[in-house]
Design a protein around this ligand. Structure first.
Ligand code: NDP
Length: 328
C-alpha cells in the first residue's frame, strides 16, 4: 500500500517538496479490523490549514505521517463484525490507496443508486456544509436574496441549487466566463465574474440593486467586503471559508466593516463537523431532490493516487468545477 505523507510544512502554495508517496509492506489484519481498497479520494481546501503547525479546530497533519481526508472505498478483507468484502464505505483515511481500521471508522454508503463519489460531494460533507450553512447558520428563507462566492465550486454549486429550490434569488460569483455560465446553468439569477476588470463592490451593487439578505462566504477578502457593502438591515452571513487567504495568510482589510454595526449584520462562523448528528435532516430533504433529478452533481475528476497533490493544488487556481475528486 502507498500513502501520501506530508514531509515539509508549506509556505504559500504547497509544492512537490512538501509531499512524498511512501510505500509500506503489506501487514496482516488484527482482530476486529477491515481492509478497504480506496476508490475515490477527496481533496479539500481545509487541508491547507492542516498543513500548518497551528492550533485549529482539527489538529495539524503530522510531519512524515500519512495525511488523512475523506475517501470512499470497498471492503476487500474483514476480520470485523458488520462489514464484509464487497461493502462500499465512506471514511476519513484518504490520501492512500488502502485503509485499515475498525468499523466505527467506516460508514457503509446509503443505497441511493448514485455514483459512490457523490458521498464525497453533494451527498457528503460538501452538501451538508451548503445545506446547514445556508438554512441553519444564515437562516436563509424563501424570498431572500442570497450572494454566494466560489459558486462554481463544490460547496458553492450546492448552495446555488439549494437556495433556488427554496425560492430564493441567487447571485453567484466565480472566476471566468465559463464558470459563470455554469453558475447560471445551475439556476443563479445573476452571476459575477470576479476576475473581470471591475471592482466586485460595483458588480454586486448592480446585480443586487436592493441589496442582499444573505452572504455565504467561501472566499473572504474583497468578496466579503463587497457583501458587507451590499448587505441590507439584519443581513446574515454564513462564514464558511476564506480560501483567498489560505496560502497567503494575508490579513483581512475590510473597507465596509463599519456597516456591521449600522446595518445590524450577523456574521456567524461554523464548522460542519458540529452538524453531523443532523445528517438525517439533510438526507430527508436532499435525498428526494437528488432522486427526483432536481440536483446537478458537478464534479471534476483527476486520475491516480500520484496526482492527488496536484489535484489539491488546483483548488487554489480554480482548476475544478464542482467537487474535486481523485479516482483510484
Ligand atoms: P471549491 O470546490 O469551492 O474549490 C475552491 C474554489 O475556490 C476554486 O475552484 C476557485 O474557484 C475558488 N478560489 C480559489 N482561490 C480563490 C481566490 N483567491 N479568490 C476567489 N476564489 C478562489 O472548494 P470547497 O467547495 O470544498 O470549499 C469552498 C469553501 O468552503 C472553502 O473556503 C472551504 O474552506 C470551505 N469549507 C468550509 C467548511 C466548514 O465546515 N466551514 C466545510 C467545507 C468547506 P474560481 O475558479 O471561481 O476562483
Amino acid at each position: 500500500p502507498r500513502a501520501w505523507n506530508l514531509i515539509a510544512r508549506p509556505t504559500g502554495l504547497p509544492g512537490p517538496e512538501c509531499f512524498s508517496l511512501v510505500e509500506t509492506p503489506p501487514a496482516p489484519l488484527a482482530d476486529g479490523e477491515v481492509r478497504v481498497r480506496n476508490t475515490w479520494l477527496s481533496v479539500d481546501p481545509y487541508m491547507r490549514g492542516r498543513m500548518n503547525d497551528v492550533k485549529s479546530y482539527v489538529p495539524p497533519f503530522g510531519l512524515n505521517e500519512a495525511m488523512t481526508g475523506g475517501a470512499v472505498g470497498v471492503v476487500v478483507e474483514s476480520r470485523a463484525d458488520g462489514l464484509k468484502p464487497g461493502d462500499r464505505v465512506m471514511h476519513m483515511l484518504g490520501w492512500r490507496d488502502e485503509a485499515v481500521g475498525k468499523p466505527p471508522e467506516f460508514m457503509p454508503l446509503p443505497d441511493l443508486g448514485v455514483p459512490d463519489q457523490m458521498f464525497l460531494g453533494l451527498l457528503g460533507i460538501t452538501g451538508l456544509t451548503a445545506y446547514f450553512g445556508l438554512f441553519d447558520v444564515a437562516e436563509a428563507k424563501a424570498g431572500d436574496t442570497v450572494f454566494v462566492s466560489a459558486a462554481a465550486g463544490a460547496v458553492g454549486s450546492a448552495v446555488v441549487q439549494f437556495a433556488k429550490l427554496k425560492g430564493m434569488t441567487v447571485i453567484g460569483s466565480a472566476g471566468g466566463a465559463e464558470k459563470c455560465a455554469l453558475v447560471r446553468d445551475l439556476g443563479a439569477d445573476a452571476v459575477i465574474d470576479y476576475k473581470a476588470d471591475r471592482p466586485l463592490v460595483k458588480q454586486l451593487a448592480e446585480a443586487a440593486p436592493d441589496g442582499i439578505d444573505v452572504y455565504f462566504d467561501n472566499v473572504g477578502g474583497e468578496h466579503l467586503d463587497a457583501a458587507l457593502a451590499a448587505a441590507r438591515n439584519h443581513g446574515r452571513f454564513a462564514m464558511c471559508g476564506m480560501i483567498e487567504s489560505y496560502n497567503t495568510g494575508a490579513p483581512l482589510s475590510l473597507q465596509y466593516a463599519i456597516r456591521i454595526v449600522g446595518f445590524r449584520l450577523q456574521l456567524r462562523g461554523f464548522i460542519i463537523s458540529d452538524y453531523m448528528h443532523r445528517m438525517n435532516e439533510f438526507f430527508a430533504e436532499v435525498g428526494p431532490w437528488a432522486a427526483a433529478g432536481k440536483l446537478k452533481n458537478i464534479e471534476t475528476i483527476r486520475d491516480g493516487l500520484e496526482g492527488a497533490p496536484d489535484a489539491f493544488r488546483e483548488l487554489f487556481s480554480g482548476g475544478n468545477k464542482g467537487k474535486m475528486v481523485v479516482r483510484l
